[in-house]
Design a protein around this ligand. Structure first.
Ligand SMILES: Cc1cc2nc3c(=O)[nH]c(=O)nc-3n(C[C@H](O)[C@H](O)[C@H](O)COP(=O)(O)OP(=O)(O)OC[C@H]3O[C@@H](n4cnc5c(N)ncnc54)[C@H](O)[C@@H]3O)c2cc1C
Length: 324
């Protein structure tokens, strides 16, 4: 078995497989998605743990069961045969940046996703600390602060709604989001969310917060909803935190090289590898776990999918050795 990616999803799958006496190698580039944050939350039994410490612990646990690790990026992959049918057949060859190639009967894609932020100068400087996306991952830490939500899609209104549970000083800056419909306007008003019909020109992190420079939308400069949101050209507002919805792009290059096709998320928020509940993908012998297959999976959900998929692969191996 080869697993590409050693985050929560890949590690969990590797442990299940190794505990089922399967031979597993994990090739990992070492950049879990949440590494920019100092703490991971909602991780039962490990609340607030540093993300890199969490994967280091998981790796030690996997190594105790014999999982082998290669610190490298898988740069290309190909089939050695189209459909690996016998359990002993070698199905794939993976080329790594380390210069070694790895043969495997099955491949688990656990490569996570890339958070593509809007192209706003200075925005990425605070990513994972003062620029955040997930109310459950970081919201508690910024509770009560002035929070600016930068609109990127219609779903950003939903994001503002969730952050309003954590602070009564939430400002929705429309930026690239569509103008609010009636229901969204009602929601903003009833939850006390200030609405600013402007785009974000630049973001600067300072000692006292984050300065956000606004630019009026030329097409619709007049503010709607809460009038407190009126903005002048190049007005700067200071917030304690900025929430933004990145485009969640599946790290799917290897999957696509093996013949797979990624799917757009219906919300328009990202892309993912289409996988069944078992983790099986359209490419025979290739499974997907964690964020590569599910843009919404947090750490525990990613690990859970790894456990389930590992168990499925083990069962599939056993069944494939039984003559039909
Ligand atoms: C800033 C931030 C903070 C977050 N905070 C939280 C939180 O507090 N709590 C929570 O539950 N969730 C949090 N999340 C979500 C969390 O990061 C994901 O749920 C989790 O990382 C998904 O695990 P994964 O194994 O699918 O992917 P990842 O953890 O991203 O692991 C993927 C691994 O695959 C490797 N990789 C990618 N491509 C290749 C390749 N070609 N070859 C080899 N290796 C490769 C990467 O380097 C990485 O090590 C946060 C997300 C972000 C962006």
């Amino acid at each position: 078995m080869a697993e590409i990616g050693g985050g929560a999803g890949g590690l969990a799958a590797s442990i299940v497989l190794a505990r089922s006496l399967r031979s597993v190698v994990v090739i990992d580039a070492g950049s879990p998605r949440n590494a920019p944050s100092a703490h991971a939350h909602n991780v039962l039994g490990q609340e607030g743990i540093n993300p890199l410490e969490l994967v280091a612990k998981g790796r030690r646990e996997a190594e105790e069961y014999g999982v082998r690790f290669v610190d490298a990026t898988v740069v290309s992959a190909e089939h050695t045969q189209q459909v690996p049918q016998e359990s002993e057949a070698v199905g794939f060859i993976l080329e790594t940046s380390f210069g070694v190639s790895i043969e495997a009967k099955r491949v688990v894609i656990a490569t996570g996703l890339t958070d593509v932020l809007p192209d706003i100068p200075g925005l990425s400087d605070g990513w994972g600390e003062t620029v955040i996306h997930c109310p459950y991952c970081h919201g508690y830490e910024v509770r009560g602060e002035r929070i600016g939500v930068i609109g990127t899609t219609a779903m950003s209104y939903h994001q503002a709604m969730l952050f309003s549970q954590l602070s009564d000083r939430v400002t929705f800056i429309r930026h690239d989001a569509p103008e609010p419909d009636e229901a969204q306007t009602r929601m903003l008003e009833s939850l006390g969310i200030t609405y600013v019909d402007a785009a974000v020109e630049a973001v600067v992190r300072t000692d006292s917060g984050t300065d956000v420079t606004l630019r009026s939308h030329t097409s619709s400069a007049a503010p709607r909803g809460n009038e407190a949101g009126a903005t002048a050209e190049n007005e700067t507002m200071t917030v304690g935190a900025l929430a933004v919805g990145p485009y969640f792009r599946a790290n799917s290059e290897i999957y696509e090289q093996l013949g797979g096709t990624v799917a757009d998320h219906p919300s328009g928020m990202g892309s993912s590898i289409p996988a069944e509940a078992t983790g099986a993908t359209d490419v025979p012998g290739v499974w997907a776990v964690g964020n590569s297959a599910d843009i919404s999976a947090m750490v525990v959900a990613s690990a859970t999918s790894g456990v389930l998929v590992g168990a499925q692969i083990n069962a599939e191996f056993i069944m494939s050795s039984v003559p039909s």
